[in-house]
Ligand binder design. Structure first.
Ligand code: S3P
Length: 168
């Protein structure tokens, strides 16, 4: 399929880039986290608290399957942990071109300081958790990706331009 899928760690700019890219390409934008929240009827912190992380991960796989059933071309932003489950990686790649927005841990830390919407970062040492999770996930992000963009310090305009050039 012809979708453009944005992957990467929390705070890597998937949603902000995806919304702008969808305007630019004049096609619909969807965000897997938002689809899950709509389906569950509650926000992500409540899904984690009431159903647990595994149930959330099951919901992510289900959303990927549903997206695969649609013919409409879209820009799809994904939750930061979605490529970690092995079975999700071929599902992602089958949906379209997968762009991994790669950023340094420090960038994530600065962007998400004080954020309360990411259950995995509500801990005593979020900077350490970011470094650890990112290192654990790097292989999964790379395996799922068709294109890798080192996005620290880039403007949205730069990122969109690079996506266009590399998707072509
Ligand atoms: C998660 C990332 C979040 C959201 C959930 C879990 C993760 O999405 O899916 O909190 O495991 O990295 P964003 O990457 O949009 O923050």
């Amino acid at each position: 399929m012809n979708n453009i899928i944005l992957t990467g760690f929390m705070g890597s700019g998937k949603t902000s880039t995806g919304i702008r890219l969808s305007y630019h390409l004049r096609c619909p934008f969807v965000d897997t986290d938002k689809l899950i929240e709509r389906e569950a009827g509650k926000e992500i912190p409540r899904i984690f608290a009431e159903e647990g992380e595994q149930a959330f991960r099951d919901r992510e796989t289900e959303v990927l399957r549903k997206l695969a059933g649609s013919r409409e071309q879209r820009v799809i932003s994904t939750g930061g942990g979605l490529p970690v489950r092995e079975q999700n990686r071929p599902l992602l790649r089958a949906l379209g071109t997968v762009i991994y927005l790669r950023v340094q841990p420090q960038t994530v830390y600065e962007r998400l300081r004080g954020d309360t919407g990411r259950p995995l970062l509500q801990c005593a040492d979020p900077a350490g958790r970011i470094r650890e999770l990112m290192a654990d996930r790097e292989g999964a992000y790379r395996e799922a990706a068709h294109v890798i963009i080192q996005a620290d310090g880039m403007t949205f305009e730069d990122i969109i331009k690079e996506i266009e050039e590399r998707v072509r």
